[in-house]
Structure formats: C-alpha cells, structure tokens
Design a protein around this ligand. Structure first.
Ligand SMILES: [Zn+2]
Length: 230
C-alpha cells in the first residue's frame, strides 16, 4: 500500500486500485474523539492490498443525527453526494478501480444511491463497509476497543458510560425523528464497558478480513457494495 499524499505523479502505476477512506466528524460519546469513524476507515484502507494506493481520508460525512452535540460537523447527503461524484469522476482518469471504504453508517444511504449512478456512468467504482459480526452501534465496546488499539492516548476511559439499555431496533424510530441526543444524552448507543486494546486488535483484524473477502470476492450488490463471493 502506498499513500497518495506521499507520492509524486511519476510514481503512479498504470490503472491502480485506489482506496478512498470515508469517515465522519461526529460526536462519539464523552470518551472517544470526533474522528473515530475516520481513524477506523483509514486503518482498514491501509491494510487491504499491498499494490493499492490509499487516497487522503475524507473526514466529513452525513451525520445529521448527531447534530445536537457540539463539535459534530455534518456536510449532509447532497454535499456528500456531490463530493463523491466529482472525486470518482476525477480519480477515474488514472485509476483502474475506485473503492470507497466507509467507516460511518450514516453515509450508507448516500453511498447506496451515488455509487450505482457512477457505475451507470461507466466508472469502475464500489464501496465496502468496516464491519464486525458482533458490533455495537455507536461508541460502544467495539469502537472503544479499536480506538484503544489504534489511538490509546485519545481515549478517555474514565469518562466512558453505557448508552440506553433499550434494544436498538426499538430506539431507531425516535432516533430517526429526533436525533441521537433524544435517546442517549451521552451520545453512546451500546456499552463501552470492558473495552480493551486487545479486543480492539481482534475487531480490527475481523473488519480487515471481512473487507478483504469483499474486495477479493468482487461481486457488487444493487447498492454498489462489494459482497463476499457466493
Ligand atoms: Zn462511529
């Protein structure tokens, strides 16, 4: 893997695979930094393919549901859409394939509509999620553990607290209508209790393994998302 921002133009091979990490700048509870999704998307992107190029991370996404917390900066669906359209059209002049590596669930509706449009335009583009088999929704044990592994000096474990005990599916309707703060005043969905760097390393390994299976599987669903080979 080479980082685009460390290269000069003669270094670019013919038609490379380019990974574009896509994160968010949004609150992650009292104990995690705003760039949690961004850090995770970049970490996964840089661990996928030795021959690929990793573009500079996109640190802004669609995070309207977190807007009631100070510090959150959301660019919303339409600005994210336009950014991805222009980014892929431009990158496609020299890249063989563009793969957006998404670290934030709130970006998925946008990706699911824009990537199929770009494919219809003739571009070789896809996206994939940073996912674990058992993860908790937001700032819980998974994200806290991964940040303890990747950036331990920025995790304030002394401030960590659990979110509402209600099942997420039941909270979702209120969350969609009124935002995260209405269902969790601390901004946590899930529970960071028991988070460790070692668990974080395993979670990150699982995310990378899942992303690799999708990358190598090469099949796309109708949202432009890479899926594992059947
Ligand atoms: Zn997150």
């Amino acid at each position: 893997m080479q980082r685009l921002d460390t290269l000069a133009w003669p270094d670019i091979p013919a038609a490379p695979v380019v990974f574009v990490p896509l994160g968010a700048t949004e609150q992650h509870g009292p104990h995690l930094p705003f760039d949690t999704d961004t850090v995770i998307a970049e970490a996964v992107s840089t661990r996928l393919d030795a021959a690929a190029i990793v573009a500079p991370v996109l640190a802004y996404g669609s995070s309207g549901e977190h807007q009631d917390f100070p510090g959150t900066i959301s660019i919303g669906h339409s600005a994210l859409r336009m950014m991805l359209v222009e980014l892929v059209r431009s990158t496609a002049h020299w890249a063989g394939r563009v793969i957006i590596v998404n670290g934030h669930g709130g970006n998925i509706p946008c990706l699911s509509s824009v990537v199929p449009e770009l494919i219809a335009e003739g571009h070789d583009v896809a996206w994939l999620p940073c996912a674990t088999s058992v993860g908790d929704a937001h700032a819980g044990v998974t994200e806290t553990s991964i940040m303890l592994h990747l950036a331990p000096d920025r995790v304030r474990l002394d401030r960590a607290e659990g979110g509402p005990k209600t099942e997420l599916a039941l909270l979702l309707r209120k969350l969609k209508r009124s935002g995260v703060r209405a269902v969790s005043p601390a901004g946590v969905l899930g529970d960071p209790t028991g988070a460790t760097a070692e668990h974080g390393r395993r979670c990150l390994d699982e995310m990378v393994a899942g992303a690799l299976r999708r990358f190598e599987g090469g099949r796309l669903d109708d949202r432009g998302c890479l899926t594992e080979a059947a």
